[in-house]
Design a protein around this ligand. Structure first.
Ligand code: TXA
Ligand code: MG
Length: 320
């Protein structure tokens, strides 16, 4: 019998241990304000490749590079437009990722062959401290198996990767709960490639111009490879309902299924669990732990207008 080595659980007080492991070329997962990230130092080629391997991530899906502060961007990107500084002045550190033209120093393994790079400055104090200790950029996709719900708790990271990564830094659940807003500044048509808690309207107010939400056209397949994959999905199937009567009728018709109901109006449905950005991934994972066949989601007016949450729900419920 081969015994699998367990991943270390590092408390925030022992953060130097996490920095040392990263600098030794290991993978360490760490908390950010959005979701947990699965980290590697940008120059540790083996650790970067291991991220693709353990996640089961397609090689054509690039990784986000995390930096400590705005001035670190010059080692990663070239021809940086003024809009980058306008956005980061207001939203960074925070849940914003910006796509820029890649500096030659960024390996193509990270950009997945693209001449662009995704840059993010996380605000989480542990992520900030770790970046300072390491003194190098850290690549970090969300710390979940590819296609599965992201990890908002260090236990989720262990559920997916225990024994396959050196360590995880333990902290409280992520405050925001869904991934950063990804904005492409590559041309005059500024595009949101992935909605997040920073909204289109907030970005437009800062840049004082209209911006666009990318849809998956032939074009976007090239500009944002991650968009074409099914994401955030548990084993249980997900069905979205926009009015309560059809949800209730549906549940009455199929009473035998083991089902989880998610709603922001818990009072409407007996036994419904909370539906919010912060709780979504934990509840999708819980549904699988409980062996649920399906998750039915009540998308009332408020939820329907939450672009980031709807984006995750639609992708998670998609069959492709
Ligand atoms: O909140 C977040 O952004 C989290 C935390 C850990 O920082 N990270 C995260 O990483 O969500 P990941 O890899 O799960 O999602 C990154 C997304 C993917 O859809 C990827 O395709 C896209 O960003 N991306 C990365 N580099 C890109 C690039 N150069 N051009 C276009 N899209 C890019
Ligand atoms: Mg992800």
């Amino acid at each position: 019998m081969t015994l699998k080595m367990k991943s270390q659980i590092i408390s925030p007080r022992e953060l130097q241990k996490a920095a040392d492991l990263l600098l030794q070329g290991q993978n360490v997962a760490f908390p950010t304000e959005t979701v947990y990230g699965l980290g590697a130092v940008i120059s540790s080629e083996k650790a970067v490749q291991n991220i693709f391997k353990v996640k089961g991530r397609p090689q054509d899906n690039p990784l986000i590079v995390h930096i400590h502060s705005v001035s670190d961007v010059h080692n990663l990107a070239i021809d940086i437009p003024k809009d980058f500084y306008s956005l980061t002045e207001v939203f960074s550190p925070g849940p914003l990722t910006v796509i820029l033209k890649k500096h030659a120093a960024v390996p193509y393994t990270i950009s997945a062959g693209l001449d662009t790079v995704a840059v993010r400055i996380p605000s989480h104090p542990i992520a900030q401290k770790l970046l300072k200790m390491v003194s190098k950029p850290l690549v970090a996709p969300s710390a979940n198996l590819s296609g599965k719900p992201s990890a908002t708790h260090y236990q989720h990271v262990l559920d997916d990767f225990d024994g396959q990564i050196a360590a995880v830094v333990s902290d409280k659940p992520s405050i925001i709960g869904i991934e950063s807003t990804v904005v492409s500044l590559l041309d005059d048509q500024i595009k949101i490639l992935r909605p997040g808690s920073i909204s289109k309207e907030q970005i437009e107010a800062v840049l004082k111009k209209e911006i666009f939400i990318a849809t998956l056209s032939k074009d976007e397949k090239v500009s944002s490879p991650g968009m074409k994959y099914r994401h955030y999905a548990p084993q249980a199937s997900i069905k979205l309902f926009y009015d309560e009567i059809s949800l209730i009728n549906y549940c009455d018709k199929e009473p035998s299924l083991k089902r989880m109901v998610l709603s922001n109006k818990k009072a409407l449905f007996a036994k419904a669990l909370e539906l919010s950005n912060k709780s979504l991934y934990a509840n999708l994972r819980l549904a699988d732990d409980l062996g649920c066949d399906e998750i039915v989601v009540f998308c009332d007016n408020e939820i329907s207008h939450n672009a980031a949450l709807m984006n995750r729900l639609i992708k998670a419920s998609s069959k492709i």
